[in-house]
Design a protein around this ligand. Structure first.
Ligand code: ATP
Ligand code: MG
Length: 390
């Protein structure tokens, strides 16, 4: 078989993990962030900073924090200061305790995820930071999920800077799509917050075009038509979402390769768009619990097999139990399965509705609202089955 040339030169430049050098339309915001932390960089043992970053999906929040982490480390070193950043996703690290364990781990201290109280972990962390003269900036990504589950967490985060006596060891960045979570917090916490805020707006199509253009080196010369990039920018512009724009271009490139097209054409973007709706990021799947993934796999497998657009929760449970058995995993009981199904529905990944009083009696019917079963299975099996088995 002849070697087929790819449209990509370096496709990793389009993946979510890639940290871009150029950040069109976010330079000012990045500069602002750096300025807020200038005091910490220069005077790590005496200064502390708290910043709130908000903005819609794909507006560059996590990316900015990650870049800041790099910059803090470099700039701190210029002043002889050790400034480290730890970025935690609060949808994965769901409690402050888990965040502490993660922070300790980043300093080479391993603690079990259970067995120590928050206070114990915190004082171990403070000790560690003080001994090593480290100032730790914790970026709480998707912090709303943490605060919503435990409103007192915000109070605790606010107080972190007062904890280490004689030396500042903490700063924080709170990242979320909106600042609605602050509404649930009591006034005394709010007034003592004194946070600086950076609010990101959704990207306009022209801005997304610039972002795509800043990554054209992901493609071989001449492989990404301007009209193709423009179409991706226009489609993603409806959502202001840079992740979606880059994902569209990436998938379009894959489709071009699959059809052995030497260039990525607008038609590839249209097909890419049809294959994955926005708002449903692959990332979303990685946040699901192991059993939620197994349930989702069962739903997808059942729907892929049959002609029906819905399956009953009973069928799902049966297939889920079989799947668990096949993998040597203990299946959850009915109530837990039911609550996982509800959570998947709440996230919009599946649709769950009560059937009418038909031949089957009343039962919950489950369908896929966003993606095709085939696609979900592919996504789940790509990365996620590996960790389902782990
Ligand atoms: N101005 C920009 N220049 C270059 N790339 C960008 C820019 N803004 C965002 N991106 C890229 O878009 C993708 C999404 O950005 P990011 O992950 O920061 O979004 P987010 O605001 O955290 O979204 P979410 O709320 O969904 O977590 C990343 O791959 C990021 O590198
Ligand atoms: Mg993010």
């Amino acid at each position: 078989m002849a070697h087929v040339r790819s449209v990509f030169r370096d496709e990793s430049m389009l993946l979510p993990e890639y940290l871009p050098h150029q950040i069109p339309h976010r330079d000012a915001q990045f500069k602002m962030l750096e300025l807020y932390f200038q005091g910490v960089v220069q005077n790590a043992s005496r200064a502390s900073q708290n910043v709130i970053v908000s903005g819609p999906i794909g507006s560059g929040k996590s990316m900015l924090a990650k870049k800041l982490g790099e910059s803090l480390q470099k700039k701190g070193a210029l002043y002889g200061n050790l400034v480290k950043m730890l970025q935690v996703n609060c949808r994965i690290e769901r409690t402050l305790q888990a965040v502490m364990v993660k922070a300790l781990k980043s300093l080479g201290q391993s603690y079990p995820s259970r067995g120590y109280s928050f206070e114990e972990l915190l004082s171990a962390l403070v000790e560690e930071l003080k001994n090593n003269r480290i100032h730790l900036v914790i970026a709480f990504d998707e912090v709303d999920s943490l605060i919503t589950a435990d409103p007192s967490a915000l109070y605790t985060i606010t107080r972190l800077r007062e904890i280490a006596q004689g030396r500042q060891v903490f700063s924080s960045i709170l990242i979320s799509k909106t600042t609605d979570y602050l509404k649930a917090v009591d006034l005394s916490t709010l007034s003592s917050l004194q946070w600086n805020e950076i609010k990101l707006e959704p990207y306009a199509s022209e801005q997304l075009m610039d972002i795509i253009t800043s990554r054209t080196e992901a493609f071989n010369d001449g492989c990404l038509d301007e009209s193709t990039a423009q179409l991706a920018a226009d489609i993603a512009g409806q959502f202001g979402d840079a992740r979606y724009a880059l994902d569209l271009v990436y998938r379009a490139g894959k489709l071009a390769d699959a059809s052995e097209s030497p260039r990525v054409l607008p038609e590839h973007v249209r097909s890419a768009k049809a294959s994955l709706p926005p708002q449903f990021s692959k990332e979303e799947l990685s946040y699901l619990s192991r059993h939620q993934k197994l349930i989702l796999l069962s739903v997808s497998a059942l729907l892929k097999k049959g002609e029906a657009s819905y399956v009953t929760i009973g069928e799902v449970e049966k297939s889920y139990s079989a799947l668990c058995e096949g993998m040597g995993v203990n299946p959850n009981h009915h109530t837990q399965v039911w609550s996982d199904v509800n959570e998947l529905a709440r996230k919009g990944i599946i649709e769950a509705q009560l059937s009418g009083k038909g031949m089957r009696g009343r039962t919950t019917l489950i369908g896929l609202s966003l993606v095709s079963a085939k696609e979900l299975i592919e996504e789940l099996e790509k990365g996620t089955v590996a960790d389902v088995r782990a």
